[in-house]
Design a protein. Structure first.
Length: 317
């Protein structure tokens, strides 16, 4: 628990310093940090946002101790580098892996996260969970650092929800534990395992933002499986439908590779949902993301990758 405690202490300290940082795409990050004069950190945003090396006197001894105790410091000559980043989302701070996210167990946060949370906020603004009896159960499947589930629980606080944060990556769950504490949430549990095998019971709300790219290194936070990266997303729909309580919803944010003007993921969703007859909505949130992936062999026949949202509603009764 050393990591969790250190992350919470760092997050609280950064909040007391009015720290804020909006995390851009990796490509934008690389462009900004390659500009002249940005080689070494000058402030907290450089250290914990832009992941720049820094001179030890820039941080107080207690912050250095928290980082050191949790093995979150890299040493290079006379400079140090934080292995954790903190990003702002609304009023919350979220801890996640530093840039670049090259480790197999890296915990990612970026523009997809902001769109995912916006989807949840918008959907719950349209139809809240407060009318559900006996404290709604919320599941964030493949939670990473937990921003989706935490956002949903904060939006439904009046109903005293029970939140389950689940991921196959134990490091992600440590970050999620810290982020849930930073959000001052109650009634949160954590589950490690392969998708729905790790959790029990049914849920009034399931949210998910799974990896959706084909990653040659098969990194957990990035590789979605299947020929075009939609394997995990399809599994979440297939395995999530039986876990939805009557009146419950599933909100999925993912990516869909378009081939010759067609959407293979949407076709898979229609096949999965057809027998149930349950209503669903599907739309593109951004028509063109991760365009650089089109240069890789896996996407040789794709014309674009879109960020998409799927919302499934299970009828009452």
């Amino acid at each position: 628990m050393e990591l969790v405690e250190s992350l919470v202490l760092l997050g609280c300290w950064l909040r007391s310093k009015n720290y804020g940082f909006v995390t851009p795409t990796p490509a934008t990050h690389s462009r900004i940090t390659s500009r002249p004069g940005i080689a070494v950190a000058k402030n907290l945003r450089d250290v914990f946002g832009w992941s720049l090396p820094f001179s030890p006197p820039l941080l107080p001894a207690e912050a250095l101790d928290w980082l050191q105790r949790a093995d979150l410091l890299e040493h290079s000559g006379t400079t140090l580098r934080s292995r954790v980043r903190f990003s702002s989302q609304g009023d919350q701070l979220y801890a996640h892996s530093a840039f670049p996210t090259v480790d197999a167990d890296a915990v990612f946060f970026g523009p997809d996260t902001y769109r995912f949370v916006a989807l949840i906020d918008n959907e719950l603004a349209l139809q809240a969970l407060e009318n559900i009896e006996n404290h709604p159960r919320i599941l964030d499947m493949g939670c990473g650092g937990g921003p989706g589930g935490i956002a949903a629980a904060l939006a439904a606080q009046a109903a005293a929800p029970e939140l389950v944060l689940a991921d196959i990556n134990p490091r992600a769950l440590d970050y999620a534990r810290a982020n849930a504490q930073l959000a001052d949430l109650q009634h949160v549990s954590f589950a490690q395992g392969d998708l729905f095998h790790a959790v029990s019971g049914s849920f009034d709300l399931i949210v998910a933002n799974p990896p959706y790219l084909v990653d040659a290194a098969a990194r957990t936070y990035r590789h979605g499986g299947g020929p075009l990266g939609s394997g995990l997303s399809e599994r979440i729909v297939a395995e999530g439908l039986p876990r939805m309580a009557p009146g419950g919803r599933l909100m999925l944010y993912t990516g869909a590779a378009m081939v010759e003007g067609q959407d293979p993921f949407l076709k898979a969703v229609q096949a999965l949902l057809g027998p149930s007859g349950w209503p669903f909505r599907y739309r593109e949130l951004d028509p063109d993301v991760f365009g650089e992936e089109l240069d890789t062999p896996a996407y040789a026949h794709a014309e674009r990758i879109a960020a998409v949202a799927l919302v499934v509603q299970r009828p009452h009764g």
